[in-house]
Write a protein that binds this ligand. Sequence first.
Ligand SMILES: N[C@@H](CCC(=O)N[C@@H](CS)C(=O)NCC(=O)O)C(=O)O
Length: 201
Amino acid sequence: MKLIGSLTSPFVRKIRILLAEENIPYEFLLDDVWGTDSNVAQYNPLGQVPCLIFDSGYTLYDSSVIEDYLEEITPLHAPYNSTARLEVKKWAALTGGLTEAAIKIRMEQLRPADKQMQSWIDRQQLKIDRGLVVLEEQLTHHLWCANNAYSVADVAVVCFLNWLDFRLPEIDWRNAHPNLVKLSDYLNAQAAYSETLPRLA
Ligand SMILES: N[C@@H](CCC(=O)N[C@@H](CS)C(=O)NCC(=O)O)C(=O)O
């Protein structure tokens, strides 16, 4: 099995952490989705990573679909019970949306200053502000995001937070969110996390 991805993508990092924790061997194929030599569109018409390629040639994309597949072969990051599973999916979806909002800010910031739309950046920032408050509140009462058990939702939250550190360090999420700091610090002490922290090369 091959995983097409990058060292910077929070969605790819999430899948690499799941693969490491589930002890699933794979070949990691680096792809710069923004580069002219990107190959991923051959496998995913959206031209996005992560993308999983099976030996048969079958492909899976969108990290949430890849998560579901990995959970089927090695149940470890989402409970089988349907209510509990929905809870995991809900928190993972919130975090996926927050990650996409953060990426939109980054993309907007890469445009020439006179072409940037501040109202668009502000809209994304509001999502992040609200989401951080909700996640922080959830972790006030629970050790983990969903069902009081470690799940893919926690993986996603830490990938999102560390991507903010990496690409949008001006968003100071640590100051007002001690529970999120605790979660991030705790998980980043583990190899699957520390070895996949976002980096350029
Ligand atoms: N919903 C997708 C989002 C994946 C995504 O946005 N990947 C980014 C890298 S972080 C990408 O490939 N961007 C290229 C593009 O959107 O054209 C998932 O969860 O896999």
